[in-house]
Design a protein around this ligand. Structure first.
Ligand code: 5AD
Ligand code: SF4
Length: 432
C-alpha cells in the first residue's frame, strides 16, 4: 500500500480539507498514513497564509522534504499559501510536484497524476461535491457548511485564498452529519469562514435556509447530542440567532466572537462592519440570555494607525467581556489586502509591548475564571485517548478536560467533577 505523509497547518477548515483529500485519494487507491517522511510515497503540506510566519516556514520545510524523502516520492503544496502563491511555489522550489489551492481540493486525484500541475481557481464551486468519508478520529466530526468569505476585512488574506462565499445545500450538510453520527460522533463542529452568514449565497436559488434554521434542522438529527460551530461574525449576531444559541439544548454554550479591535475607528479601518458598542452589546446579550456561556475571541494588536487610545479601547473590551479564551496576534501585513498598503504601520516593538500587556491581563482574568472551577461538575464528551492512561474531552462550554480512564470513555458524555485547575485545562474525576 502507498504511504502518505500529510502535515496540516492553520485552522479547523484546513484540518477538514486534509481529511477530504485523504478520502479522495483513498477512493482511487488506498493510502496508509505515515509519520515517517522517508517512507512516504506522497508528501502533502496543507498550508496556511493568514500570517507571514507559516509562509516563510513552507520553503524551509520543502528543503527538509527534499533531504529525507524517497527518490520517487511526490511533494504537493495545498491550502491557502498554494492559492495565493500558485506557480511561484514551483518556481522557487522545482521539487514540488503539484500546487493545489484551498478551493480546489476535490481535484487532488487529478493533480497527483500530473507533473507541476497548478490548480488554484478561487471561484471553483465545490458546494455540491460529495467528498468521500474519512475522519481522523471517529468521535470528532467536522462538517463544512460554507466555503469562502463575502467580507473584505482589510487585514485578511482569506477572501483571496478561499474565494467568494458559497453556502452548501442543507440536505448535504444533514447527510454528512448523519454519517458522522453513524460512525460514532455525538458532536459535530460546523465549519465556515462566517458560519452565521449561512444561507446568503446558495449556488442553486431554490433554497432559503438561514443559519438559525440550519441549527434547528441539525438539532433534529437522532443520536446527535452536541452542535458546535466556528467562526461566527459579530455583525451577523442578531437576536434571533442568539436566542437559538441560548435556548437550543443541543447547541454547546461556547461561542467565538472575534473582536479584532476594541476601537470603533480601527474597526472601521478594518472594515469589520460593527462598533465597539455593538460588540459589547452582543456579548452582554449572550451573557443575559445564557449566563453559563463562555465567550472566546480573536484580537489583532498593532494594526496600522493603532494609537494608545485605540489600544486602550481593546483593553476596555477585555475588562468588560472577560473572554474565557483569547487568541491574540501582532498585525502581519499580507499580500492582496488593503491594510498592507496603509501608511502608518506600527513599529514591531510597540505592537510587541501591546501584545504582552494584553496577554498578561488576559492571563490574570483566566486564572480567576479557572480557579472558580474547582469542585464544579461538568458534562464532558470524551473523544481522545492520551498518553499515561488519560482521556481528554470537552465540557459543553468548551473547557478542555483530562481524566484518568480508558477507551471505554470514548464517545461518551459523562459527569466530571473538577479536582485540579490550570490555565489551559482541567482535571477531574468521573462522578456517578
Ligand atoms: N495579521 C494578524 N492576524 C491576523 N488574523 C487574520 N489576518 C491577520 C493578519 N494579517 C487573525 C484574525 C483572525 C484570525 C484567524 O487570525 O484575528 O480572526
Ligand atoms: Fe484557515 Fe485562514 Fe489559514 Fe486559510 S489562511 S488555513 S482559512 S486560518
Amino acid at each position: 500500500m502507498k504511504k502518505l505523509y500529510i502535515e496540516t497547518l492553520g485552522c479547523a477548515m484546513n484540518v477538514r480539507d486534509s481529511e477530504h483529500m485523504i478520502a479522495e485519494l483513498n477512493s482511487k487507491e488506498p493510502y496508509e498514513l505515515t509519520e515517517e517522511l522517508n517512507e512516504a510515497d506522497l508528501i502533502i503540506i496543507n498550508t496556511c497564509s493568514v500570517r507571514e510566519k507559516p509562509v516563510s516556514k513552507l520553503f524551509s520545510e520543502i528543503g527538509i522534504f527534499n533531504k529525507y524523502k524517497k527518490e520517487s516520492a511526490k511533494i504537493g503544496v495545498t491550502g491557502c499559501t498554494a492559492s495565493h502563491l500558485g506557480k511561484e511555489i514551483i518556481k522557487r522550489a522545482p521539487s514540488v510536484d503539484f500546487v493545489l489551492g484551498a478551493r480546489n481540493i476535490s481535484k487532488i486525484t487529478q493533480v497527483i497524476e500530473q507533473r507541476h500541475a497548478v490548480e488554484i481557481d478561487i471561484n471553483h464551486d465545490d458546494s455540491t461535491y460529495a467528498f468521500g468519508e474519512y475522519r481522523t478520529n471517529p468521535f470528532k466530526s467536522m462538517v463544512n457548511i460554507s466555503m469562502g468569505c463575502d467580507k473584505s476585512c482589510t487585514f485578511c488574506i482569506v477572501p483571496a485564498t478561499r474565494g467568494d462565499e458559497v453556502s452548501i445545500p442543507s440536505d448535504l450538510i444533514l447527510g454528512e452529519i448523519a454519517k458522522g453520527v453513524k460512525s460514532g460522533a455525538k458532536e459535530v463542529m460546523l465549519l465556515g469562514q462566517n458560519v452565521n452568514n449561512y444561507g446568503k449565497h446558495f449556488t442553486a436559488n431554490d433554497e432559503s435556509t438561514n443559519f438559525t434554521q440550519l441549527l434547528q434542522k441539525i438539532s433534529k438529527i437522532d443520536g446527535l447530542e452536541r452542535i458546535r460551530f466556528t467562526s461566527p461574525h459579530p455583525l451577523h449576531m442578531d437576536d434571533e440567532f442568539l436566542e437559538e444559541f441560548a435556548n437550543n439544548p443541543k447547541i454547546c454554550k461556547q461561542i467565538h466572537v472575534p473582536l479584532q479591535s476594541g476601537s470603533t475607528s480601527l474597526l472601521k479601518a478594518m472594515r469589520r462592519g460593527y462598533s465597539k458598542e455593538w460588540f459589547i452589546n452582543r456579548c452582554e446579550k449572550i451573557r443575559t440570555l445564557c449566563p453559563k456561556a463562555t465567550i472566546s475571541t480573536d484580537i489583532i494588536v498593532g494594526f496600522p494607525n493603532e494609537s494608545e487610545e485605540d489600544f486602550a479601547d481593546t483593553m476596555d473590551v477585555l475588562e468588560k467581556v472577560r473572554f474565557e479564551q483569547l487568541f491574540s496576534f501582532k498585525y502581519s501585513p499580507r499580500p492582496h489586502t488593503a491594510a498592507a498598503e496603509f501608511k502608518e504601520q506600527i513599529p514591531n516593538e510597540v505592537a510587541g509591548a501591546r501584545l504582552t500587556k494584553l496577554q498578561a491581563r488576559h492571563t490574570e482574568i483566566l486564572d480567576e475564571i479557572m480557579e472558580a472551577q474547582m469542585g464544579v461538575e461538568h458534562k464532558v464528551y470524551f473523544d481522545e485517548l492520551k498518553a499515561g492512561g488519560k482521556v481528554s474531552g470537552r465540557s459543553d462550554d468548551g473547557k478542555l478536560f483530562f481524566v484518568e480512564g480508558s477507551e471505554e470513555l470514548l464517545g461518551k458524555i459523562v459527569n466530571v467533577k473538577v479536582t485540579k485547575v490550570s490555565r489551559g485545562a482541567l482535571e477531574g474525576i468521573v462522578s456517578a
